[in-house]
Ligand binder design. Structure first.
Ligand code: 5GP
Length: 200
């Protein structure tokens, strides 16, 4: 069996990455979500330990100190970070581990794990992205402006990613991501045991 890989999925807010990942996990059980920690408040419907580990700032800082956080960032006034244990738990179960993190975290992960596969999700256009942010209705106007500015800064990092997906059709975007997972599973370096079978 192929070994699981580490995938990083990034996208500006409003590009549909949560929806794409939710659909992906319905379609495959070969990949698992590595739950991040954050100090932001839970949104409606978000469950502690499933969507995020929701921590206070002192709790988060304690985890940084004790080396439990692989990378972290201060994004829009809140800490977000990848928990070493979340990644290890998914990989140990033989699945691909998927991190849903912003661009600086992604660069940081790539530095620590050069074999990590980086996937960036783009909106069809800036106009559509701004409309999606407004329609979501979960943010104040100030936050929408801040997130729109942030989106432009984030897309500037897309050139450092391995794969690009444009989300103008949900099921096509999910299929694109599934294809990327499958292609990585077929890579020779992820299939060392398979070739051993044919030695001699
Ligand atoms: P949201 O508040 O919308 O859930 O997330 C805000 C941003 O933080 C998103 O771009 C999300 O991908 C990013 N994020 C979530 N978890 C992590 C993490 O563990 N590390 C980093 N660097 N970014 C994260």
């Amino acid at each position: 069996m192929a070994d699981g890989s580490l995938f990083v999925v990034s996208a500006p807010a409003g590009c549909g990455k949560d929806t794409i990942l939710n659909e992906l996990f319905k379609k495959t059980d070969a990949a698992g979500y590595a739950v991040s920690a954050t100090t932001r408040a839970p949104r409606e419907g978000e469950v502690d330990g499933v969507h995020y580990c929701f921590l206070t700032r002192p709790e988060f800082e304690e985890k940084i100190k004790s080396g439990e956080v692989l990378e972290y960032t201060d994004y829009c006034g809140n800490y977000y970070g990848t928990l070493r244990k979340s990644v290890r738990d998914v990989l140990d179960s033989g699945k691909d581990a998927i991190l849903k993190i912003e661009v600086e975290g992604a660069m940081n992960i790539k530095k620590q794990f050069p074999e990590a596969v980086l996937v960036f999700i783009l909106p069809p256009s800036w106009e559509i992205l701004e409309k999606r942010l407004r329609d979501r209705g979960t943010e104040t106007e100030d936050k929408i402006i801040e997130r729109t500015r942030q989106a432009r800064a984030e897309v500037a990092f897309a050139k450092n990613y391995d794969y690009l997906i444009v989300n103008d059709d949900l099921s096509a975007a999910v299929d694109d991501l599934l294809s990327i997972l499958k292609a990585e599973r077929l890579r020779r370096v992820n299939n060392a045991a398979l070739l051993q079978k044919f030695d001699g």
